[in-house]
Design a binder for this molecule. Structure first.
Ligand code: DGL
Length: 259
């Protein structure tokens, strides 16, 4: 069985790259639901139904471990998938998200005041605030939605994305740590770091590889079911040239295909 990675778009490619860097020997299927992005602007019902369809698709691609590399889909759909959908539809499949590993990372450095920048839907769910407070109830948390960033990134408009990221960064000058709570934002992490030199910027591309490696070490029963042929497959629901360009930068020579 393969490792499936799902996101609405480019964020999943960034996380897949982190996984392949840390664990190159496994087989991966990335699926980007580019037809429906940005997920951050959709209703919870839409996000849930797109995510269920994506998970079914990855299961049909023989994925036995699926990582929802999308904070928006994790915040709206992960609990339902783990508690209701997967146990009846595919009990042998394991589905994980990106929020808990990020929260663990954010709390490593004795953080007192944590900022979260994320999509509208993620902020509306307050998943970061809730999960951070479960571990550290007196933590100060400020969540702010940045709905322009994903559309700028997907449109390859990094001039506007940079301006906008710098404006958002100004709202976090007083925090000690800032979670980039959307897997598209690692593509903007240097702008946040430049704008906030004293703030610890938590970027999911820098932590998810080690988190997956750690998970597989602790779950031998899953690890032994995973195939290791260095077979990497990249699929999207709606192909465009920009995708091929970004994918070619991250994974030279590997095509992105429409599913
Ligand atoms: N990359 C997704 C996330 O982490 C969001 C992108 C979108 O809005 O589609 O939240």
């Amino acid at each position: 069985m393969k490792i499936g990675v799902f996101d609405s778009g480019l964020g999943g490619l960034v996380v897949t790259k982190a996984f392949i860097n840390a664990l190159p020997e496994y087989d991966y299927v990335y699926y980007g639901d580019t037809e429906h992005l940005p997920y951050g602007e959709k209703t919870s019902g839409q996000i849930l139904s797109y995510t269920i369809e994506a998970i079914k698709f990855l299961i049909s691609q023989n994925c036995g471990l699926i990582i929802i590399a999308c904070n928006t889909a994790t915040s709206i759909a992960l609990r339902y998938l783990q508690q209701r959908f997967i146990p009846s539809f595919a009990p042998d499949v394991k589905v994980l998200g990106v929020v808990i590993p990020t929260v663990e990372e954010a709390l490593l450095d004795n953080a007192q005041k944590v900022g979260v920048v994320a999509t509208n839907a993620t902020v509306r769910s307050h998943i970061y605030e809730q999960e951070l407070h479960k571990i550290k109830p007196d933590l100060e948390v400020r969540e702010i939605a940045a709905p322009e960033l994903v559309p700028f990134i997907e449109a390859d408009n990094f001039v506007e994305a940079k301006k906008s990221a710098i404006e958002y960064a100004k709202k976090f000058e007083d925090v000690d740590s800032l979670i980039l709570g959307c897997t598209h934002y690692p593509l903007l992490k240097e702008y946040f770091r430049e704008a906030l030199p004293k703030v610890r910027i938590i970027s999911q591309d820098e932590l998810m590889g080690a988190k997956l490696a750690d998970y597989l070490r602790r779950h031998i029963e899953i690890d032994i079911c995973l195939s290791r042929n260095r077979d990497y497959k990249f699929l999207v629901s709606n192909w465009n040239e920009h995708y091929q360009k970004v994918a070619a930068m991250l994974f030279p020579g590997i095509p992105v295909r429409e599913k």
